[in-house]
Design a binder for this molecule. Sequence first.
Ligand code: SF4
Length: 342
Amino acid sequence: MSTSNLVLFDLGTGKPTTRQIAELVKKGGTAALTEAERRADAARYQEVTCRSALNRVKGMPFDWTLNPYRGCTHGCHYCFARRYHVQFEMDSDDEFASVILVKTNFVAVLGRELDKPTWTREQVALGTATDPYQPIEGHYRLTRGAIEALARARTPIGLVTKGPMVVRDRDVLLELSTAASCTVCMSVPTVDEDAWRILEPGTAHPLQRLRAVRELVDAGINAGVLMAPIVPGFSSSRDKLERTIKAIADHGARFVGCNVMYLQDGTRTHFMKFIAREFPAMTPRFERLYARKYPPDHYRNEVRALVRMLQQRYGLSKRNEPDDEPEAAMPPVDPEQVGFAW
Ligand code: SF4
């Protein structure tokens, strides 16, 4: 059976569900997505319908997540969400950044869920498995619709993005800040241009993202920066960390948080392949540093201590990260002694 027959046979005339898409790709690969629209950015966009919008999570500082899209054309090589694309029978390499699922009924489904009398307005996180402000949001406006619905339901949110398009929605973000609470975390791991070009090929320039933070703060929104992830060997040197933190402070961010890259499942596979292909000389060092999911504690503590010292130097508040160790567990570090290239 040809792949186009598979589409007609399996999906009928309505929008397929994500489960049907996974079945289809399993049988015929992404070539079977004959109805996916190819746009100017060369990515293909497959419209799907979802049965639920709010996704319950446990053990996180938030209770629910929302993801109107799956996959992300920003294509960061370290992206932890790459591994989730495998759930849709797609690979965590090119297909993560070039085949995007668009949940067209997302806002309507979310509205129904928020209207239920049982909804208790717990914290909702946006941007946990895809960027809610990747370029296609300019066309579908699903993230904006979701924020409008959350504001009506007086539900607090935290949002992570690398998309300066978030500024477009400052009116509804402000409305939500008043109705409940709203924190926007702009992800800017580094302002180093080489690291940005290599690691985050589809994203806006870091300074453009920082200008968006300034605009949000000026509008009265609680906006700050996540330097996450800091990638050993690319953005971890003292000079790059200091330049980044100074730029964050110069743009008026309300807070800064950081985390060192971790590698797991499909993300590990993709990242190590990328390093072997583009920077083969670095492979042995990454293999040593990433014998496990995270680099060794002493390395992470060293990075955090340096970031903390720089935050203090530039007058930035700290944002608590989910896996932050208590202050007492951190070793005393003389900032001038910290000088790692990795
Ligand atoms: S912007 Fe975020 S979700 Fe998109 S690829 Fe980069 S890290 Fe992943």
